[in-house]
Design a protein around this ligand. Structure first.
Ligand code: F6R
Length: 610
C-alpha cells in the first residue's frame, strides 16, 4: 500500500512527481503530497503540499509556477490515523530540516514516539511514519545518509522510504525493507518509485532495490554503501514495459480496458508453453520431477488470487487426480503448518507484493518447503523470493479490481493440471484434446464479451438491488465467489456467494423478490442439480439471472434473465468465459450507480501491509 516517488535531476521535478503519483494511485488514494526543493537566492528551500482525498485534490492546490530540481511524493492508503491533511505524507521532522515519505508499518513507533516526545519533539499527525524524519533529524550531523542509517537501526517494521534534507540539496536517500522500491537511471535524472510503471516512459534502465538496501541518490550518481566498491552497475536491468500498456487506450476506465483485453492477455499466458509433440505443457520454472513425485499441492493467496487458487485446486483434483487445497495466506502464516517434503506450494499473487502471501511463503520456506510463485509482476518480491514458478503475463493490471489476472492465473492452472495429469495416466490423445481447449479460450472469451449489451441491460435492470446471491456448484463455486467479490468491490452492493447445494441450509432465508440470485450453470454433470436449486429460489419469488450455455432453452425458460456463453467440448473450460460475464456485470452495475470503478472506496491494489 501507499506509493512513493522521487526525482533528482536537471529538469523540474514536479511533472514527474505528479505523473508518477498518478500511476501509483492504485496503491492508495486516501491522500497525497509532494515536497520539492530548489535553490533560491543561493539558499536551498523546500515547498511542501499535501491534501486528503484523491490526487486531483492535491493538484488543485499546487501553485502553477511550482518547480524544483529534486522532490519526493506519496499517495496514501491509511493504516495509522484517519484520512486527513495532517496525516498525509510527506512529513517534516520538528526542525523542518528533514522530510520523508513512507510505505509500510513501523511496529515500534509508539515507543520511538514516546522517546522522541521526551526529548521535546512534537508530533502533528497520528501516523507511525512521522517518527522517521524526527529520528533522522535526531541523528543528523551534516550527512543525511549517515543519519538515515543510524535512524533505521532503531526501527522495527517494514518500510520503503524516501528522505530528503534541506541542507543537502539535490539528494534523496532511499531505503527498503519490505515495501517495493525501484530507481530509474537516465543520463540527466534519477527516478524513484514503488512500482516501475511510474518510471516507464522516462527511462528503461532500472535497479530494483532489495531488502536492506540504503541508497544515496544525487544528480551525480548513486551511493550504495552495502554494495562492495559501490559497483551497482551489475544490478541495472532493462525494462521492456511499453508506456501504452499502462494507458487507458480510449477506454474510460482501466477496468473496462482490462476486461476487454482478456482474449489477448490469455493467449500470452499459454504462448510458448504448449508441447504439442508430447501433448503436455512446458513449465520451465518448475523442476520436472515434481510433476511425478508430488502427492499434495497447497496454494496460498488472498482475495481474487485465492478464488483463482481454489479453482486451480479443483482442477488439479479433477484433471490430474492429485490432492490439492488452498489456504488464505493470512491464515497459513500463523497456523504452524505441516510441511511435507514431497508437497508443492504455490504462492499465487497478481502483484507479487501482497504482504500476507510473502510472509506465508517465508513460513513454508523456513520449514523446508519449496514455494513456486504464480505472479504477474515480474520484478516482484514473490517472483524473486520463490523457488521457481510461472509468470501469468497478463500485462500491467491497473484497476484495483482484478480481472485479467484471474483469467490468466486459471490458464496457468490448466497448464499445470495438464502437466501433472500427463505424468499420471492422462493419454496423449486426451492431452491433445485438452491443449486444443486451452487454445480456444481466447476465442471463447472474445465471443462472450460480444454479449456486452445484453450483460449491460441485465445490470441496468438489477443494479438497484441491495443484496445479491451468487451460486454455483463444483468448478463454478469459486467463480460465484469471484463474481460476488467483483460486485461488492466496485458497486458496494452486498453480495454473497454459496455453493448452490448449500442455500437450503440457511442462505435461502435471504431470498425475496428484491434479492436477485446469479446462477452459474454450465452443461456439466451438475446441471440438473443446479436447476433444482434454481427452482427452490423461484418457488420463493426470488429473481434469477442465469449465466448458462448458449442453446440451453430449458434453462432460459425457467429464469428471469439468461446470459449465454459459447458451448465448449469439455465443461472444465467454462470458468473463464463465465467469470468474464461476472466481471462485466459488476462493471456495468457500478457504472450505472455512478461509482468510481477504478478506485473503489477503502481499497488499494497492492496490499503490502499485514
Ligand atoms: C480483488 C483484488 C484483491 C486481490 C488481493 C490479492 O479484485 O484485487 O482481492 O486479489 O488483494 O492481491 P494479489 O493477487 O496481488 O496478491
Amino acid at each position: 500500500m501507499c506509493g512513493i516517488v522521487g526525482y533528482v535531476g536537471t529538469e523540474n521535478a514536479v511533472p514527474y512527481l505528479i505523473n508518477g503519483l498518478k500511476k501509483l494511485e492504485y496503491r492508495g488514494y486516501d491522500s497525497s503530497g509532494i515536497i520539492v526543493g530548489k535553490i533560491e537566492g543561493g539558499e536551498p528551500k523546500f515547498y511542501l503540499y499535501k491534501k486528503a482525498g484523491k490526487l486531483s485534490q492535491l493538484v488543485g492546490v499546487l501553485p502553477k509556477e511550482l518547480s524544483g530540481s529534486w522532490g519526493i511524493g506519496h499517495t496514501r492508503w491509511a493504516t495509522h490515523g484517519m484520512v486527513t491533511d495532517l496525516n498525509a505524507h510527506p512529513f517534516y521532522g520538528n526542525r523542518n530540516k528533514v522530510a520523508a515519505v513512507h510505505n509500510g508499518i513501523i511496529e515500534n513507533f509508539q515507543q520511538l514516539r514516546a522517546d522522541l516526545q521526551k526529548e521535546g519533539v512534537e508530533f502533528s499527525s497520528e501516523t507511525d511514519s512521522e517518527v522517521i524524519p524526527n529520528l533522522v533529524e535526531k541523528h543528523y550531523s551534516g550527512n543525511l545518509l549517515d543519519a538515515v542509517q543510524k535512524a533505521l537501526n532503531e526501527v522495527i517494521g517494514t518500510y520503503a522510504l524516501a528522505i530528503t534534507c534541506v541542507d543537502e540539496p539535490d539528494k534523496i536517500v532511499v531505503a527498503k525493507r519490505g515495501g517495493p522500491l525501484v530507481i530509474g537511471l537516465s543520463d540527466n535524472a534519477y527516478y524513484i518509485a514503488s512500482d516501475v510503471n511510474a518510471i516507464v516512459g522516462n527511462t528503461t534502465r532500472v535497479i530494483y532495490l532489495e531488502d536492506g538496501d540504503i541508497v544515496e541518490v544525487t544528480k551525480d550518481g548513486l551511493k550504495f554503501p552495502n554494495v562492495i566498491n559501490n559497483d551497482y552497475a551489475k544490478r541495472v536491468e532493462e525494462i521492456t514495459i511499453n508506456a501504452h500498456e499502462t494507458e487507458k487506450c480510449g477506454y474510460e476506465t482501466y477496468m473496462e480496458k482490462e476486461i476487454n483485453e482478456q482474449p489477448e492477455s490469455i493467449e500470452r499466458a499459454f504462448a510458448g508453453r504448449i508441447d504439442m509433440e508430447n501433448a503436455t505443457a512446458k513449465m520451465s520454472g518448475f523442476e520436472d520431477d515434481i510433476f511425478k513425485r508430488t502427492k499434495k499441492i497447497c496454494c496460498m493467496s488472498a482475495g481474487t488470487s485465492w478464488y483463482a487458487s481454489y479453482e486451480g485446486c479443483l482442477l488439479f483434483e479433477q484433471i490430474a487426480r492429485i490432492f490439492a487445497y488452498t489456504e488464505f495466506s493470512s491464515e497459513l502464516r500463523y497456523k504452524n503448518p505441516l510441511v511435507g517434503e514431497d508437497d508443492v506450494y504455490l504462492a499465487v499473487s497478481q502483484s507479487g507484493e501482497t504482504a500476507d502471501t510473502i510472509y506465508a511463503m517465508k513460513e513454508i520456506q523456513e520449514k523446508g518447503g519449496k514455494v513456486f510463485g504464480i505472479c504477474n509482476v515480474v520484478s516482484s518480491t514473490i517472483a524473486r523470493q520463490s523457488n521457481g514458478g510461472a509468470f501469468i503475463h497478463a500485462g500491467p493490471e491497473i484497476a484495483v479490481a482484478s480481472t485479467k489476472a484471474f483469467s490468466n492465473t486459471l490458464i496457468i492452472f490448466y497448464l499445470l493440471a495438464l502437466k501433472f495429469a500427463r505424468q499420471r495416466g492422462m493419454s496423449k490423445e486426451d492431452g491433445l484434446k485438452f491443449i486444443k481447449q486451452i487454445m480456444q479460450q481466447p476465442r471463447l472469451v472474445k465471443e462472450t464479451l460480444m454479449n456486452r449489451e445484453k450483460i449491460h441491460a441485465v445490470a441496468k435492470k438489477y443494479c438497484g438491488a441491495k443484496d445479491f446471491l451468487f451460486l454455483g456448484r463444483g468448478l463454478m463455486y469459486p467463480i460465484a465467489l469471484e463474481g460476488a467479490l467483483k460486485l461488492k468491490e466496485i458497486s458496494y452492493i452486498h453480495a454473497e456467494a454459496f455453493a448452490a447445494g448449500e442455500i437450503k441450509h440457511g442462505p435461502i432465508a435471504m431470498v425475496n423478490e428484491n434479492a436477485p440470485s446469479v446462477f452459474l450453470v454450465p452443461d456439466d454433470y451438475l446441471r440438473e442439480k443446479v436447476i433444482s436449486n434454481i427452482k427452490e429460489i423461484k418457488a420463493r419469488k426470488g429473481p434469477v439471472i442465469a449465466i448458462g450455455v448458449e442453446g440451453d432453452t430449458e434453462l432460459e425458460a425457467i429464469v428471469d434473465d439468461f446470459i449465454a456463453v459459447p458451448k465448449v467440448e469439455n465443461p472444465v473450460f467454462y470458468a473463464i468465459p463465465m467469470v468474464a460475464v461476472c466481471q462485466l456485470f459488476a462493471f456495468y452495475c457500478a457504472r450505472e450507480l455512478g461509482k468510481d470503478v477504478d478506485q473503489p472506496r477503502n481499497l488499494a491494489k497492492s496490499v503490502t501491509v499485514e
